[in-house]
Design a protein around this ligand. Structure first.
Ligand SMILES: [Zn+2]
Length: 277
């Protein structure tokens, strides 16, 4: 599909959501497939049939949306990150960090599309500016993008001003390429500090960690990555993988194996709601 067509589809989706908001029905939609995601998606994309469907995912407040580019909602400052998703049923969430990468991310997106599944991508600003079209594709295909800083530093070694820069620049780049500011933040290396929680809340982002680490960053072999996901599968689990930061061909191969396994095991792969303004 041509880039222009991607943008056109994305605009159509945004316009559709805006129309719903204007009609007073709701201004939040569920971007993720809550259904067993095997059914063929309609031409307009999976969002079309997901609109207004209540989500089992309860972390995202239902209030606080506003006009485009409104100041972010003030969030409560947490003292620890969210480790898992809540809600009834066999829900899990797949997350991919450090991208987008032109060599690996498209393959992961292809596999997710093949199974009509949405995931979360915690992107780095310096990767976003080089690969804007991949964020447009994520928006078009209903994935949720989170902020993973600009340069992937160890935040605990930085001053507050530097942390703010890392987070703010990245949110700006995401808004430019994806069409919305991120509502989720993940600290590099899972190294959180008070400033990261405070600044995240100030910028309207909830801190999201993970439940199961695939350790794919150590390139332990495709089989090990698959085993870690399949052995760790349980309701509410958030899986950490990577689509950049090194050779991620094992991660690309692994998802082709564990994704059908999870779906066959009755799991719904879900993502947080997207706030469409
Ligand atoms: Zn990372």
């Amino acid at each position: 599909m041509q880039k222009d067509q991607l943008f056109t589809r994305r605009r159509m989706l945004l316009a559709g959501a805006a129309a719903l908001g204007a009609a007073g029905t709701a201004a939040v939609i569920v971007a993720g497939s809550e259904e067993a995601a095997r059914s063929a998606a309609p031409v307009a994309g999976p969002q079309a049939r997901q609109v207004l469907k209540p989500s089992a995912f309860r972390l995202q407040p239902l209030t606080g949306y506003g006009p485009p580019r409104a100041a972010p909602r003030k969030l409560k400052v947490r003292h620890e990150p969210i480790l898992r998703i809540s809600g009834r049923g066999r829900h899990m969430m797949l997350t991919f960090d450090d991208g987008p990468h032109p060599e690996y991310t498209p393959h992961i997106l292809d596999t997710l599309a093949e199974y009509d599944v949405r995931a979360m991508f915690f992107v780095c600003g310096e990767m976003v500016v080089e690969n804007k079209e991949l964020l447009a594709r994520m928006a078009d295909e209903g994935h949720v993008v989170g902020n993973h800083t600009w340069t992937h530093p160890l935040l605990t070694t930085l001053g507050r001003k530097e942390i703010r820069w890392e987070m703010k620049q990245t949110s700006d780049a995401i808004e430019d390429a994806y069409g919305e500011r991120p509502q989720w933040f993940r600290a590099p290396y899972g190294a959180w500090n008070r400033a990261a929680f405070q600044l995240g809340a100030e910028m309207g982002m909830e801190p999201m960690a993970w439940t199961v680490d695939t350790t794919d960053w150590m390139t332990p072999g495709t089989r090990t990555i698959v085993d870690r996901v399949e052995d760790g599968a349980a309701p509410g689990v958030v899986v950490l993988s990577h689509d950049a930061g090194g050779d991620r061909s094992q991660s690309v191969r692994a998802i082709r194996r564990y994704l059908p396994y999870l779906l066959d095991s009755g799991y719904h792969l879900t993502v947080p709601r997207r706030r469409m303004s």
